[in-house]
Design a binder for this molecule. Structure first.
Ligand code: 0O2
Length: 206
């Protein structure tokens, strides 16, 4: 009985804390929409195809803390980097880096960490640019710096990652060798597609 009451308390504290993460995501979404529209109006090319976001649920946060060997304590939420996530889908690889540059130039955006899986793809072929950014959220009585995971990728990278995610879970972590080979070869095709589309883009917009 006490456990159930404790769990409920942690859940409520997490839900309250998640509100601040939602504000951070909304701020970041606004920043990205402004960059998208303004760049398009000046250069007649929109570097962002679309943007999605997600906030981890309290259950997911507790599960991640457990996996990391940490106790179910709501104050530990801020030790996680991916409570809030924003995914930016760009037309071309150059746009991925363009958006990263525009975002990192903003004075109130701090790039805490960067993982460039485009320059160095994961062994399975996964490509994307991952940033952990910290942005200030202005509340009624204080300012909180909140971390958001930003994944930037092209349409081709997103196509591959979305399908790989489905297949990966279907195989329950046991990927046969021939499947893994086929997977990384499809990632190579997606990368070639990106290169060829980028080169067409350069010819159309020199
Ligand atoms: P979901 O369901 O998308 O949220 P972490 O695993 O987060 O503790 P790590 O290893 O530093 O820490 O994270 P990394 O490498 O930056 O990747 C985190 C996220 O990137 C994943 O979140 C996926 O969204 C995506 N990702 C990373 N590798 C792959 C991959 O091989 N295939 C696909 N499809 N996506 C990948 P989650 O929480 O695992 O999943």
């Amino acid at each position: 009985m006490t456990d159930v009451v404790d769990d409920l308390g942690v859940f409520r504290q997490l839900e309250r804390r998640l509100l601040i993460y939602r504000f951070a995501v909304e701020e970041l979404m606004t920043k990205l929409r402004i960059l998208s529209e303004e760049f398009d109006s000046v250069h007649r090319h929109d570097p962002i195809e679309h943007i999605t976001n997600r906030i981890k649920k309290p259950e997911g946060i507790l599960e991640k803390l457990r996996r990391k060997g940490l106790p179910a304590d709501a104050s530990l939420i801020d030790t996680l980097d991916d409570v809030a996530g924003v995914r930016v889908i760009c037309p071309f690889v150059s746009d991925v880096y363009r958006v990263e540059k525009m975002l990192s130039r903003q004075h109130d955006v701090e790039i805490v960490r960067k993982k460039d899986y485009i320059a160095s793809p994961k062994p399975n072929g996964y490509r994307s640019l991952h940033l952990i950014v910290s942005i200030p959220v202005f509340l009624s009585d204080r300012v909180e710096n909140v971390k958001v995971e930003v994944q930037l990728r092209t349409i081709a990278m997103d196509f591959w990652a979305t399908l790989e995610h489905k297949l990966f879970y279907k195989y329950d972590d046991q990927i046969p060798a021939d499947f893994a080979e086929e997977l990384s070869s499809t990632a190579a095709i997606a990368a070639q597609l990106d290169e060829r589309m980028e080169s067409l883009h350069r010819r159309v917009h020199p």
